[in-house]
Design a protein around this ligand. Structure first.
Ligand code: NAD
Length: 352
């Protein structure tokens, strides 16, 4: 792979390769853009097929964080770490402490957090070597309720766009995945008077939602085609794809899952079909808003108040989409890019 060519394509600032033979650590820290502030993004451990796959993933994920953080109005740039290997085999105190020292060496340009296959316990070890880590025990805690609250606000903004009202009374919402975020989201939707259809690969999760929210439970592969007003993806990515597009029987797609569109062209097709799509990284920013509060000094009420702003951000996306005649997924990128450009200008004023 030609690494510099790939970095140049979307103007990445830095890739840091970290190796430690004793612990087996092979980490790549990607810093995409720090115009707005230190690059923040979690540390993921994954058994990548090869090094190129790991590099491509850290590039993709760190850039995604630039957009998510910028669109959420946070003073954070975009970064991410991928660690190559089997999470079951390599985790240990010394493994994470060595990694923590590499993070410390970046002197605050990068702040890490949990991601796939890393936990709050792992962050505690990292924290023994650096303060540039968030998502610690006893601080901002589990982000899922805040993500769910932000997602609910984003659904309200989406409903206003799709139905002309944000009143969810009697609206049917199909929720795919009633895990940490999905379950909390169902609670908000239920309290707002929506009727819920839920699915999950874990039967017990369906049963709980059926019992607690008077929901209807369906099999995982049935959820795409149920008659509903809103489809809410809250499980995994790429659920809007060539196979599902013709099945949707809704007017609005809005949920917490990351990377909902399998490919960008699927966002164009949703637009052609008249289905309103609320872009994932704008609606699911509650989690990162929550950890950002940890940097400022954690306050749950303030985190929730800021997560409520997802409503305004989603509304801004619709405005840009109309003004610039572009689909909403592109408008979300424009929202982030506009903010980065504006702040670049602010920073052009010299300060000692
Ligand atoms: P989770 O693992 O707690 O919940 C996901 C649920 O989806 C689980 O109950 C799982 O059994 C179910 N599921 C998995 N595959 C499924 C399938 N094929 N069909 C139906 N259900 C399926 O995860 P979570 O923390 O609730 O996150 C959900 C999504 O939101 C993920 O895509 C995650 O990346 C994204 N997200 C989460 C946060 C957060 O704060 N937790 C923040 C931003 C984005």
């Amino acid at each position: 792979m030609n690494i510099f060519e790939n970095m140049e394509k979307y103007d990445y600032e830095q890739l840091v390769f970290c190796q430690d033979r004793k612990t087996g650590l092979k980490a790549i820290i990607g810093i995409h853009d720090t115009t707005l502030g230190p690059a923040l993004g979690g540390t993921r451990i994954w058994n990548y097929e090869n090094e190129d796959a790991a590099i491509m993933d850290v590039l993709r994920l760190s850039r995604g964080m630039t957009y998510k953080n910028a669109a959420a109005g946070l003073n954070l740039g975009g970064g991410k770490t991928v660690i190559i290997g089997d999470p079951q085999k390599m985790k240990s105190e010394e493994f994470f402490r060595v990694f923590g020292r590499f993070v410390e060496g970046l002197n605050g340009r990068y702040i890490t957090a949990e991601d796939m296959n890393t936990t709050t316990e792992d962050m505690e070890y990292i924290n023994m070597e650096t303060d540039h880590v968030v998502g610690l025990k006893g601080k901002s805690g589990n982000p899922s309720p805040v993500t769910a609250f932000g997602t609910f606000k984003g659904i309200l903004a989406g409903a206003r766009e799709a139905f002309g009202t944000e009143d969810l009374k009697g609206k049917v919402v199909a929720v795919q995945g009633v895990g940490s975020v999905g379950y909390n989201l169902c609670k908000h939707l239920y309290e707002a008077g929506a009727r819920l259809i839920v699915t999950d690969v874990k039967k017990s999760n369906i049963e709980k939602a059926v019992k607690d929210f008077n929901a209807e439970g369906v099999e995982p592969d049935e959820i795409y085609s149920v008659a509903c007003d809103i489809f809410s993806p809250c499980a995994m990515g790429a659920v809007v794809n060539d196979f599902t597009l013709d099945k949707f029987n809704c007017k609005l797609i809005a949920g917490c899952a990351n990377n909902v569109l399998a490919e960008e062209r699927h966002g164009e097709i949703l637009e052609e079909k008249g289905i309103v799509y609320v872009p994932d990284f704008v609606i699911n920013a509650g989690g990162v808003i929550n950890v950002y509060e940890e940097i400022l000094g954690y306050n749950k009420e303030r985190a929730l108040a800021k997560a409520a702003n997802v409503y305004d951000k989603v509304s801004e996306v619709f405005k840009i989409s109309k003004e610039e005649h572009i689909p909403t997924y592109k408008a979300a990128e424009r929202l982030a890019e506009k903010r980065i450009e504006a702040i670049k200008n602010v920073k052009s004023v010299y300060l000692k």
